[in-house]
Design a protein around this ligand. Structure first.
Ligand SMILES: O=C(O)c1ccccc1NCC(=O)[C@H](O)[C@H](O)COP(=O)(O)O
Length: 223
């Protein structure tokens, strides 16, 4: 299902600090992603405790996403319970495990997939993140994949498709035009150094994705 007639949602992923989360929120992100419990070495991984704090302090109307690589369904449920996100993005679970997880959690379940295996996950996840996954099933590769093929998937699948993998401020406009995804997702493409976001790049990415809103800086709600 194409979404070229509506606004493209943006998830800024791999946020490691409150300052970077606030940067993404202020710049107009629809969703903020926190990576915790992954079996690969990444500068974007944070502890479950830090992820829970960042989720808890994210303002209303911005979706929080736990990005994780669980061993199985019960492991995924434990992680969701510890962090408390609106959505969980799972890497490396089989379609049947994703279906079981979706049946047992109130969090929206996003499956990280490739264009090739995306049809296997369509009926079991709330949305598909079509990414350039490495051999371990991890994201954050900074590599693009075949956008024409991704476009075919967007047209063939009923589930919302989020395009990820190697997106940057320079290519996100063309990516949206080519693929017409429900949303786009970026991690390494808006960093100034590993694990730390570049404010200008985050704003530019959101602007070119057509979603920048220039929200005011969050204020401390405590008197
Ligand atoms: O970003 C990581 O390091 C990562 C590691 C393990 C699992 C998932 C990971 N990222 C997931 C994401 O949602 C990223 O935004 C997505 O893969 C795009 O990454 P990039 O190509 O760096 O923009």
């Amino acid at each position: 299902m194409t979404h070229s007639d509506s606004r493209t949602r943006v998830k800024i992923c791999g946020l490691t600090t409150a300052a970077d989360r606030d940067l993404a929120v202020t710049a107009g992100a629809d969703a903020v992603g926190f990576i915790s419990g992954v079996s690969v070495d990444t500068p974007r991984e944070i502890s479950a405790e830090t992820a829970a704090t960042l989720v808890e302090t994210t303002p209303p109307f911005v979706s929080t996403v736990l990005v994780t690589m669980p061993d199985d369904v019960s492991d995924a449920l434990e992680r969701i319970d510890r962090v408390g996100p609106d959505a969980v993005q799972v890497h490396g679970l089989s379609p049947s495990a994703v279906a079981a997880l979706a049946g047992e959690t109130d969090a929206a379940v996003l499956a990280a997939v490739t264009a090739a295996n995306s049809p296997d996950y369509e009926s079991v996840a709330d949305a598909l993140v079509v990414d350039s996954l490495d051999d371990d099933g991890a994201g954050g590769t900074g590599e693009t994949h075949d956008w024409e093929r991704a476009r075919d998937r967007v047209e063939a699948l009923d589930s919302p498709v989020v395009l990820a993998g190697g997106l940057t401020p320079d290519n996100v406009g063309a990516a949206i035009e080519t693929v017409a995804p429900y949303g786009v997702d970026v991690a390494s493409g808006v960093e100034r150094s590993s694990g730390h976001k570049d404010p200008a790049a985050v704003r530019s990415f959101l602007g070119r994705a057509g979603t920048r809103t220039d929200r005011p800086e969050p204020t401390d709600p405590t008197p």
